[in-house]
Each structure stands twice: as structure tokens, then as C-alpha cells.
Write a protein that binds this ligand. Structure first.
Ligand code: SAH
Length: 510
């Protein structure tokens, strides 16, 4: 649980830039501030996936402002931050991009300072730099410019005392970057031309830059307004004016990635989702995590502890999931200080993921069945060792595992003890709003890496968008899908996370 505030704990507010959208562009310090916060206030442009890094139970407040839709006024936001800091909270105020680039970060800092609150700023990668970059446009380039101007188009250019100096903006050399200008692009471009800018100056608009929803529109000062109207192009977008726009064709690496444009849902536990999400994101997919399960300690830690304590007495220790390996060694190292106390037991792992987890402890499996299903285990094990007669086996298992393993092992004369290492329970928290996102935006691919994730996902009764592809990690998960009336479109050949990512890439990649 998040540490609760107390009157003697000193509060602080971190004004944090959450970057332009790509989760990979969030700084390490920003992640730390999210992890240690007990209150998080976030804006419209912040990628909500960052909220998954928050401690369970923290207060998460949306204070976003969209052009015509103010949730909280700036004054109210300032008062909220001050009040939370004064009551001893660690507040992380998340803003899109960099907090000091048209983000009102400076104003909030002034208010916090004036109120005597502790505060710090954590800079972020601004959409003004990375946004163009992800569209293939470097903001400066030696062949094109040596000056960069950043300005806001939020100003109403028709009002008499505009603080934007159009004569100067029109004549200034180099790249000009405009934020918040989509709604007034026609008037703004017109003003620049009126003040002497060449009407064929290249212009690009990058919407939802650095995210998989990125859209790019290119034209010139003369054509851009009509193009925006024709396409129905909407904010938020960064506008780039200048010769560097021409580099886009050559340098647009982001949109070329193989899973670009695919929205993929990861249903693993919050702790385990990262691996699959990272692999899919690095292929260009728009990944969101919708954890349907989480693992909890077993009902009887004492019983589990006793079996782990006696583990050296067994001939075999059988692991059927990475979670089991982790729970086993967490307990083991509470009981023993020396890895050698594990004794002479040989390890059997079902699944390459389980074997890999064991390798993390610098231990190797004596045996891993070819097929990652319980049914194959006994047959292959007998082929490997000859007979199981009177062999003692400790099976490290989840509470809700299937009985096939025990039945088959005992039928062949093995003596099996079962150590219940963890329980899988439905995930009840949804800090990133993944359920709403799934309802509203749907997805292209829905992934499952375990049968319990399948059961709990379908128990949520979320509507499945038409055309969605279901991807399964292997035959056991596929069987669970069949029980709920679905046949996966994609099944991994290799039944682990890299195998699942590879199968999705093969089926959906360009
Ligand atoms: N502090 C932010 C800018 C805040 S002003 C930064 O440094 O990026 C809000 C404007 O930023 C939006 O209207 C839009 O012009 C731009 N913006 C921010 N994130 C964006 C994104 N991912 N894609 C396109 N424009 C973005």
C-alpha cells in the first residue's frame, strides 16, 4: 500500500514532464516520482500507461484540460497541489512533454514557492522536439537551418493586441515550431504569408506524435488550412514550418516499424505484463495493459514454508510456472542463507518461461518436456528416467492448478507432495482506465498467456470489437478459450512470451 500521509511527514510536489506520449520517452526520474507518489495529478496529454507504475491505492486525480473542456481551472489546480503538499503528501504532478515548455510548469512552481511548499521539477522530453522527430523531421539540420523558434498558436491572432509578432515570425530564418495551433491554422498561416513568409514554405502537422495513433499531414503555408479541413485533422498536434519538413520521406523510421498501427491488449498480471508489452512496443504496436489477474500468497504460508524447508528430501522438484519458481525461492531464501541447502533434488520445468526463471537463480533444469503441457510431462519424463516407481516429487503449484499432473505421476508410482505457492485472483484495480479504453477504442489483438487470464477476462463481460484477433500462448490457454466459446486466430509455436510476440508479428506485421 502507498504510505499514508501523516501530519509530521513533510509534503512535496514534483512537477514532472511525462514526455510526449511514447512510454520509452519517460525519464527514469519521472518513473521514480510516479512510484513514490501518494497523490498523482495528471493532464490530458499524459500517457495513462504511466499510472500503472503507481503504488496500489494512491489517489489519482485527472486535472486535464482539453481545448473547450476544462475539468479544473488553473487556480483550482494550484490550490489542490498546495493543499495536498501541506497535508504531508508526496504529490507527482504529471504534464505532457516538458513542464516548462508551454506547460504552465513555471506558474505552478511560482505558486508552490509562494505558498511555502517544497517542490522540484523533473524535465521531460518535449513534443516540440520529439514530435517532429517521430514524423521523420529533425528540428534542426545543418543543411536547412541554424535557428529554432518555438511559439504558441493558442493566442487569438485576430485580437488587437496579439503578443505574437507575426512580422518577426514571418521573417525569422530556420525552423518554426508551433504548439496549440490546429484550430487556427488558416488564420496563422495567412498571417505569416501576409507578413512576407513564402507561401510555398513546407508545413507539417503531427498529431498524437510519438504514439501509435500518430498522424502526419504535410503541405505548405498556402495549402495546409484546406488540407486540415479536408482531412478533418484535429488537435493535439505539433506544427513544423520550414525546410526540414522535406526530410520526412527519408527519415520517418517510426511509422515503418512492423506492428505500427496495431492496438494490442496484454492481459497478464501487472507485474508480468512488462515483458510482453515491451517486446510488442518495440515492434511498433500500441500496447495497453488490461491485467485480469494478480497473484497473491497462498492461504497457508506455514504449510508452504514447511514443504520448502524439506525440499532437499525430494528426488524431483517440479515447477509448472515462472510464478511458482519465484514464490519457491522467495520462501527458500527466507529459510536458508545458502543456495546449496536446496540439496540434490533435480528440477523439472514445464515451459521455456519457467526454465528461464530457474536460470535466473543460476540453476538448471534436469528436464523440460518438449511440449509445454502437463499431459506430455509424465510420458516424456518416463522416457527420460525409465521408471517413476517410488520417486518422490515436490510439485510447486498454484492453488487452482489442474489435477492431471498428480494423477498421472501417482499412477506411475511416484509419491507426490504439493506445495501451494501462490493463488491467482481476479485483478480488481484499474488505475490506467484500461476497461474504459477497451470499450471505447477496442483493439486489433487480444493476447492471453494463461488460462486464468482467459477465464477472468471473459468474466469481465467487456464487449469484443468485431474483427479483433485473439492470440494464445499455447494449447492449454487455447483450450481455456474454447471453453468460453472462442478459437484463437493466433497460437504461439513456442509457448513463451518471445514465442507469443513472434506469432503476433508473423500474423499481423507488415
Ligand atoms: N509541455 C508540452 C506542451 C504543452 S502545450 C511539451 O513540452 O510538449 C500542449 C500542446 O502541445 C498541444 O496542443 C500540442 O500542440 C502539443 N503536444 C503535446 N504533446 C503532443 C503530442 N503527443 N502530439 C502532438 N502534439 C502534442
Amino acid at each position: 500500500m502507498a504510505s499514508s500521509s501523516s501530519s509530521n511527514k513533510k509534503g512535496i510536489c514534483y512537477l514532472v514532464g511525462a514526455g510526449p506520449g511514447d512510454l520509452g520517452l519517460v525519464t527514469l526520474r519521472a518513473k521514480e516520482c510516479i512510484e513514490l507518489a501518494d497523490v498523482i495529478a495528471y493532464d490530458y496529454l499524459v500517457n495513462k500507461e504511466v499510472l500503472a507504475w503507481a503504488q496500489p491505492g494512491v489517489e489519482i486525480i485527472y486535472v486535464g484540460k482539453q481545448a473547450d473542456q476544462h475539468t479544473l481551472t488553473q487556480d483550482k489546480i494550484n490550490s489542490l497541489l498546495i493543499e495536498k503538499v501541506k497535508t504531508g503528501h508526496t504529490v507527482t504532478r504529471l504534464k505532457g512533454g516538458d513542464p516548462y515548455v508551454f506547460g504552465r510548469g513555471g506558474e505552478e512552481a511560482e505558486e508552490l514557492e509562494a505558498a511555502g511548499c517544497a517542490w522540484e521539477v523533473v524535465h521531460g522530453i518535449s513534443s516540440t522536439i520529439a514530435g517532429p522527430g517521430y514524423a521523420g523531421i529533425p528540428v534542426t539540420h545543418r543543411d536547412h537551418c541554424s535557428q529554432l523558434t518555438i511559439f504558441t498558436g493558442h493566442e487569438d491572432p485576430t485580437k488587437e493586441e496579439s503578443s505574437l509578432d507575426f512580422a518577426q515570425l514571418a521573417s525569422t530564418p530556420g525552423t518554426r515550431i508551433m504548439l496549440m495551433g490546429v484550430g487556427r491554422i488558416g488564420i496563422l498561416a495567412g498571417k505569416l504569408v501576409e507578413h512576407g513568409a513564402a507561401s510555398d514554405t513546407p508545413v507539417a502537422l503531427v498529431r498524437w506524435a510519438t504514439t501509435p495513433r500518430q498522424e502526419v499531414l504535410t503541405g505548405t503555408l498556402a495549402t495546409i488550412a484546406d488540407l486540415v479541413a479536408a482531412r478533418g485533422f484535429k488537435p493535439p498536434a505539433v506544427c513544423i514550418i520550414g525546410g526540414v519538413v522535406g526530410l520526412r520521406e527519408k527519415l520517418c523510421w517510426f511509422e515503418r516499424r512492423p506492428l505500427y498501427g496495431q492496438r494490442i491488449v496484454v492481459t497478464r498480471t501487472r507485474q508480468q505484463a512488462g515483458d510482453l508489452s515491451r517486446q510488442l512496443r518495440s515492434l511498433g504496436a500500441d500496447v495497453f495493459e488490461l491485467p485480469t489477474i494478480r497473484t497473491e500468497p497462498p492461504r497457508s504460508m506455514m504449510e508452504f514454508g514447511q514443504l520448502v524447508q524439506d525440499c532437499h528430501k525430494y528426488e524431483w522438484i517440479l515447477f509448472t510456472s515462472p510464478n511458482g519458481v519465484e514464490a519457491f525461492f522467495d520462501m527458500f531464501f527466507k529459510l536458508y542463507k545458502d543456495a546449496r541447502d536446496v540439496g540434490g533434488a533435480k528440477f523439472v520445468c514445464i515451459g521455456p518461461g519457467t526454465e528461464k526463471k530457474l536460470k535466473d537463480y543460476h540453476l538448471s533444469a534436469e528436464f523440460v518436456p518438449e511440449k509445454s503441457v502437463a499431459e506430455s510431462l509424465v510420458k516424456e519424463l518416463i522416457a527420460h528416467v525409465g521408471s517413476l516407481e517410488n520417486q518422490s516429487v515436490l510439485w510447486v503449484r498454484p492453488e487452482d492448478a489442474r489435477d492431471v499432473i498428480v494423477t498421472a505421476l501417482t499412477e506411475h508410482g511416484a509419491i507426490v507432495d504439493e506445495a501451494i505457492a501462490y493463488r491467482t485472483v481476479p485483478e480488481t484495480e484499474d488505475p490506467t482506465g484500461a476497461h474504459a479504453r477497451f470499450r471505447e477504442e477496442g483493439a486489433d489483438v487480444l493476447t492471453f498467456a494463461s488460462s486464468s487470464a482467459v477465464e477472468n477476462f471473459f468474466a469481465l463481460n467487456l464487449p469484443l470489437p468485431s474483427g479483433i484477433k485473439i492470440a494464445s500462448i499455447g494449447p492449454v490457454t487455447t483450450a481455456a478459450l474454447k471453453v468460453v466459446g472462442h478459437k484463437p486466430h493466433i497460437e504461439a509455436k513456442q509457448h513463451d512470451i518471445p514465442g507469443l510476440a513472434a506469432a503476433i508479428l508473423k500474423a499481423c506485421g507488415k
